[in-house]
Design a binder for this molecule. Structure first.
Ligand code: ARG
Length: 466
């Protein structure tokens, strides 16, 4: 059997306990190893609570002032790294309060009036997650600006567009960059939505039922930057959907980051040579001197899994819990912290890589021109100029592709005579549509890849991001 970590019972709640917890009990129970990350939120929340208690005449102004000042001292000790964390005190809430008691004496004992750790932790964690939403809302436009700058430079650089990772049709580099800009803009919207929905204060819900003290929840909500107090105390202490919404938005954003990372890995390979990642975002091999490895993109792609994992884990924690608080919910934090760290790192790394990367325009164009990428342009020409039904045009084009393939050449290298054997109506004008630049320039339908469209969208994005 493991021994009790302390012979005496817990000084915060141990009134009815004769001995302290088993050491293993303490190890499984304590969250201070990770929830100390919410120290700032905890202290901010407690300061707002103390001010409200005084304003409502529940504690004296003198006691509230001592508490509020003492909390600032605690915060500065924590920020200076001078704080002696105690696992016996379980969590951030009791660590802070115990130290506050040492600093201000018995008045500290009045802070927990009309409050419980249940609304306290719901508040701290909500504020922490809200900060992470803000960080994402801040970081995403920087990534989008890097993409828009790439799009601006390469509005008319031609590259292959792929389906099934097979060359499909030529597209412009700028169009590809703006595709991700659209995705990250929706991610930004999801973080904003999640933030506005989570912006209700749980403080004052107390343990679960509210309190008999005449508290002013509007006042604390306002002081802590919330739009309003949460309307139902049971809901306020027991849901973690705000964290799940953050993790959902983070997961979708992470999925987008991972797809782009995957493209950078493929594009920077010697087989593709579509981009050159800068030295700042590449690593060498200890044995193969020719290597430039896209490690940041690879790690980013791999780290994304932790974010999905955090979301699944929290759904698992929550799905079986009856209302209201259960200690299971202490498991909401660690993986959310890790997911947020991973997301912020991934956003910063991607912003750096995109900002620094160089498109290899010659290789892009050569790749765009191979693989019969303008076959659709040819089929469209047959429809437009010769009045063929699209299905027949598709068939004729297929025969021309086969002819070129057998001869080991590309579509624009066929002679007019060769083409006319397949369809006698074809004229020399067809060559206009077989070049990749003409191909992309013709895709002017709204949302299409034409350089003119890309320039117009770049202008819009610059305005929005300004
Ligand atoms: N450390 C706890 C958590 O993270 C704080 C809330 C404790 N509440 C309780 N009733 N034991 O969930």
């Amino acid at each position: 059997m493991s021994k009790s970590s302390e012979s005496s019972s817990n000084k915060m709640w141990g009134g009815r306990f004769a001995t302290g917890p088993d050491a293993i009990m303490e190890a499984i129970n304590a969250s201070i190893g990770f929830d100390r990350r919410m120290a700032r939120q905890d202290i901010e929340g407690s300061r707002a609570h103390a001010a409200m208690l005084a304003a409502q005449g529940i504690v004296t102004d003198t006691d509230a002032e001592a508490i509020r000042e003492g909390l600032l001292t605690v915060l500065s000790e924590i920020e200076a790294g001078d704080f002696a964390w105690s696992a016996a005190l379980e969590d951030i809430h009791m660590n802070v309060e115990a130290r506050l008691t040492e600093i201000v004496g018995p008045a500290a004992g009045r802070l927990h009036t009309a409050r419980s750790r249940n609304d306290q932790v719901a508040l701290d964690f909500r504020m922490w997650v809200r900060d992470q939403c803000d960080a994402a809302i801040d970081a995403l436009p920087r990534l989008m600006s890097a993409l828009v700058a790439q799009a601006d430079a390469g509005a008319d650089w031609v590259m292959p567009g792929f389906t099934h990772l097979q060359t499909a049709q030529p597209v412009t580099w700028g169009h590809h960059m703006l595709a991700y800009t659209e995705m990250f803009a929706r991610d930004l919207g999801r973080f904003r939505d999640a933030r506005s929905r989570m912006n209700e204060s749980p403080l004052g819900a107390a343990a679960l039922a509210g309190t008999s003290f005449p508290i002013d929840r509007e006042m604390t909500a306002k002081a802590l930057g919330f739009d309003r107090p949460a309307a139902n105390s049971l809901d306020a202490v027991s849901d973690r959907d705000f964290a799940l919404e953050f993790l959902s938005a983070a997961s979708i954003c992470a999925m987008h980051l991972s797809r782009l990372a995957e493209e950078l890995v493929i594009w920077s390979s010697a087989q593709f040579r579509f981009v050159r990642l800068s030295d700042r975002w590449s690593t060498g091999s200890s044995i193969m001197p020719q290597k430039r490895n896209p490690d940041a993109a690879e790690l980013l792609r791999a780290k994304i899994g932790r974010i999905f994992g955090a979301q699944t884990a929290l759904l698992m924690v929550m799905k079986g819990l009856p209302l209201t608080y259960s200690k299971d919910m202490q498991e909401d934090k660690e993986q959310t912290f890790d997911a947020a760290d991973s997301l912020m790192l991934a956003l910063a790394a991607m912003t750096g890589m995109v900002g620094d990367m160089t498109a290899q325009t010659d290789d892009l164009e050569a790749a765009a021109s191979s693989g019969f990428s303008t076959a659709t342009d040819l089929a469209d020409w047959l429809v437009r100029e010769l009045g063929l039904p699209f299905r027949e045009a598709h068939h004729v084009t297929g025969s021309l592709v086969k002819l070129a393939e057998d001869a080991g050449i590309d579509l624009p290298d066929l002679t007019l005579e060769q083409m006319r054997i397949v369809h006698p109506g074809i004229t020399g004008a067809v060559f206009d549509v077989l070049g990749v630049h003409n191909s992309v320039a013709s895709r002017t339908s709204f949302g299409g890849t034409a350089p003119a469209n890309v320039r117009a969208q770049v202008a819009l994005w610059k305005e929005r991001l300004a």
